[in-house]
Every structure is written in structure tokens, then in C-alpha cells.
Design a protein around this ligand. Structure first.
Ligand SMILES: O=C(O)CCC(=O)C(=O)O
Ligand SMILES: [Fe+2]
Length: 354
């Protein structure tokens, strides 16, 4: 019978087995390095039942120019910080092809993944497990591949062949959708034009991430992802049909499921847009639970500023005399701070608070 590898971090990280390699050993129990403290676990009493009044809004984007549609986006971003979009204009078959390519990538032999890990420049492709294995006290039950949306030449040189075409095709379509959505979100903050400089600040650096959560023998003890808010301006997430994403409720103590909706994209406001909107839009905490029987995948696009962008409340948000709640920060400093610790709820944004 298999046993837990003696040097777990070496097995997971250096040998590039990831938590998928651990799950493939079919151990009956989870190694203690994955045990969440009891008070941090998501038990049923903290989950709001699915049929309750409270659920994340679902918005049809077909007529995105229509003021009513724009109002519903504004209201979702203000009151929820999370919503789902259907009819976003990205062909459904591209979403399905992308999901298939994610499975293909993670099912590659470990030696191939190890070579991806060792031979890719980290500013273009990163393969990893958990969140910050060297900085966090408890590991997360997740592997990931991050593909930076760089120049076409760089993409062709470094994105892994098994998923390159699908990922690139998806990103080309997603980029057009993201520009429209940001236009709406900014228009509602009295910013009528998305000039080149603002575009760089809002969406100058995008990362497509593949998250892989293998089936877990003891899901109640672990976290797929611990509570955190994203540092992006927005995140555009495609999830498969398994489910497992939860959003913190306004009351602060309970969690609301984001149910998989076929063909939908889950949008959440990130810290950058909370800061730029001077707190009008909310970057809400979310987390992922592991599944006992099934592997789950999700594919977020982190729509980030370029590293040298300076982030702060938009002048338009201070015109009527409102006090700024946040100072100006360089995005690369904010990014470094986020990764210098484990996932830690809404703590990162303290870095920018006045
Ligand atoms: O897998 C998910 O549904 C969400 C993942 C997530 O929150 C993240 O990668 O930041
Ligand atoms: Fe997230």
C-alpha cells in the first residue's frame, strides 16, 4: 500500500507531482499538512441553502449597451461584488474545448509537467501547487498552471502545446468581452472613456489560470482555496459542472454557493477596482471546497494592471468631495505583498488603506 511521501514538499513542488500526484496514490487519508484549523473549516451550518432568496445575480449580456443591462451590472458589482454573465459572446464550443485542454494538460506524465515547470520563464508560464507553499502554514488542495497573456510570439514559444491553441483562442474572445464589461463598470463611475492609459491600468496584464482540484478522500478537513479576495481589477472565471465555489455573505458569517450555470462566466470585482472605485465596488471574499468523488477544474482570468501601474481612487470618485479611502500604490508592490503570505481573507487591501 502507498504511504505519504516522506518529504511532501519535495514530492509536490520539486518533483512536480502536485496534489494530483498525491491523490493518484489513493491514500485513505489526507496528510496533516493539509488539515485546516477546525474553526476555518466550512461546515454545513455556515452554508446558506441553495433555494433561499439570496443568490448571486445572473445577467444576460446580449444587449450590453442597454441602460437596463448596465444598471443591473452596476447593482451586482455594488451590492454583491460577484455575478454570472450569460450570452457573453464567447462561443460555447470554445469553453468546452478549453475545459478538455485543461484535463489534457494535468493528465500529462509527470516528467512532461516537470519539464514545463523547469523550462518555462516564470513571467510567462508557472506550474505550481497550493498557493504559496513556502509561505503558508497549511497547504491548499489545488494545482495550477498560469499562462500569462503575453505577445503572440512569446505565447507560441512557451505555452504548453496540449492547451496552447484552445487557451489562445479563448483569450482572444475573452479580451473583447472584458473590454466591454470594464467600459460598463467604468461608465457607471462617471468615466466615459477607456483611454489607453486607463486600459493599461485596468487590463494591461492578464493571466489565464487553470485550477485543478483532484477528488479528495477527506474533503471536510481541507480547503481547495482558503478565503481570500482577488487582487485583480476583475476576475472572469469559467467553472465546470462540479461546483465548490462559495462567496462570503453580507452578514459575514455564512457562505453562498456560486452554482455552475452551463455556458456562464462568473465575474468578481477584485481589490484594484475596489480601490479605484474608492470602495463603491466590492471585492468579496470567496473560497473553494474540495470534492470527495470528483476532480473539479476552474479557469479564472485575472485581469490585472501592468506591474508599474499606480493604483488609487479615480479622480471622478472624489469630485463631489468624498475623502479617499485608499492611497496610491504601485501594483507590483501590491502583488508582492499578496504572495508574501498565505490566503488571508481581505487582509491584502489593508496595504492600500489610508
Ligand atoms: O476555483 C474557483 O472557483 C475559484 C478559484 C479562485 O478563487 C482563485 O483562483 O482565485
Ligand atoms: Fe479567487
Amino acid at each position: 500500500m502507498s504511504t505519504t511521501p516522506t518529504n511532501l514538499i519535495d514530492f509536490l513542488v520539486n518533483q512536480a507531482n502536485g496534489v494530483k500526484g498525491l491523490a493518484d496514490l489513493n491514500l485513505p487519508n489526507v496528510p496533516p499538512q493539509y488539515f485546516q484549523p477546525i474553526q476555518a473549516r466550512l461546515n454545513k451550518s455556515k452554508i446558506i441553502p441553495q433555494d433561499s432568496e439570496q443568490s448571486i445575480p445572473i445577467i444576460d449580456f446580449t444587449n450590453w449597451d442597454d441602460p437596463e443591462v448596465q444598471d443591473s451590472i452596476f447593482s451586482a458589482a455594488t451590492n454583491w461584488g460577484f455575478f454570472q454573465i450569460v450570452n457573453h459572446g464567447i462561443p460555447i464550443n470554445l469553453l468546452d474545448d478549453l475545459k478538455a485542454s485543461v484535463h489534457r494538460f494535468f493528465e500529462l506524465p509527470v516528467k512532461v509537467k516537470k519539464s514545463v515547470k523547469e523550462n518555462s520563464p516564470p513571467e510567462v508560464v508557472r506550474l505550481g501547487t497550493s498557493f504559496s507553499p513556502h509561505a503558508e502554514s497549511v497547504l491548499e488542495w489545488k494545482d495550477y498552471l498560469q499562462l500569462v497573456y503575453a505577445s503572440v510570439e512569446t505565447i507560441h514559444s512557451y505555452w504548453p502545446a496540449v492547451c496552447k491553441d484552445e487557451a489562445l483562442e479563448y483569450m482572444k474572445h475573452a479580451e473583447a468581452f472584458i473590454r466591454k464589461l470594464l467600459k460598463v463598470l467604468l461608465k457607471k463611475l462617471n468615466v466615459n472613456e477607456l483611454d489607453k492609459e486607463r486600459e493599461q491600468t485596468l487590463m494591461g496584464a492578464m493571466i489565464l489560470s487553470f485550477n485543478y482540484y483532484p477528488a479528495c478522500p477527506e474533503p471536510e478537513l481541507v480547503a481547495g482555496v482558503c478565503p481570500h479576495s482577488d487582487i485583480s481589477s476583475i476576475t472572469v472565471l469559467l467553472q465546470d459542472g462540479i461546483g465548490g465555489l462559495y462567496v462570503r455573505d453580507k452578514d459575514g458569517n455564512s457562505w453562498i454557493n456560486v452554482p455552475p450555470v452551463n455556458g456562464a462566466l462568473v465575474i468578481n470585482i477584485g481589490d484594484v477596482l475596489q480601490i479605484m472605485s474608492n470602495g463603491r465596488y466590492k471585492s468579496i471574499e470567496h473560497r473553494v471546497v474540495a470534492n470527495r468523488n470528483k476532480t473539479r477544474i476552474s479557469m479564472p482570468i485575472f485581469v490585472n494592471p501592468t506591474p508599474d501601474s499606480v493604483i488609487g481612487p479615480l479622480p471622478e470618485m472624489l469630485e463631489n468631495g468624498d475623502e479617499p479611502q485608499y492611497k496610491q500604490v504601485v501594483f507590483s508592490d501590491y502583488f508582492k505583498y499578496f504572495f508574501s503570505k498565505g490566503h488571508d481573507g481581505k487582509k491584502t487591501i489593508e496595504f492600500a488603506k489610508i
